[in-house]
Design a protein around this ligand. Structure first.
Ligand code: ZN
Length: 148
């Protein structure tokens, strides 16, 4: 059995206790909700996108430690990035937690703390929820991302 301690890395514990960018954005022009009924994770992602660049980003909601920490690190990772870069980071993160594709994880930085998630398939949805919501916000503003 995989060790649960490998799942709850220090950085994940820290971001769950003190989520970064945990607020709404009054001037957001992109929002999307994420819902993971299997675990009970719900969150809303807010973005201010100008000229294809994510100028500001925040989220609110409640969920398990993995979903909250992932949302927090997602906002840190995507702030200031272009939508194309965000898509690329999403792809790398998804491959990391799903354990698919090559080990091309260069540039994921802190996000590599989630590599243990691949040993717990049920938690992949927790880890990717905020990312699906962020992508939904970019593709269809006001959309909803569900893991189901
Ligand atoms: Zn969860």
């Amino acid at each position: 059995m995989p060790d649960l301690r490998s799942l709850y890395q220090e950085i994940i514990v820290d971001h769950n206790r003190r989520p970064r960018n945990f607020h709404t954005l009054p001037d957001a022009n992109r929002t999307a909700e994420g819902n993971n009924p299997l675990c009970g994770d719900r969150l809303t992602v807010y973005m201010k996108v100008e000229g294809g660049v994510i100028r500001d980003i925040g989220f609110v909601g409640s969920g398990c430690a993995i979903s909250t920490a992932s949302a927090s690190l997602m906002t840190e990772s995507l702030l200031g990035k272009t939508e194309l870069e965000a898509d690329s980071i999403f792809g790398g993160f998804h491959a990391l937690v799903a354990g698919t594709g090559s080990a091309a994880r260069t540039g994921l930085g802190k996000l590599e703390a989630f590599s243990g998630v691949r040993e717990f398939p049920a938690r992949v949805k927790c880890a990717t929820l905020a990312w699906h919501a962020a992508r939904a916000a970019m593709k269809t503003p006001g959309g909803t991302a569900s893991t189901e």
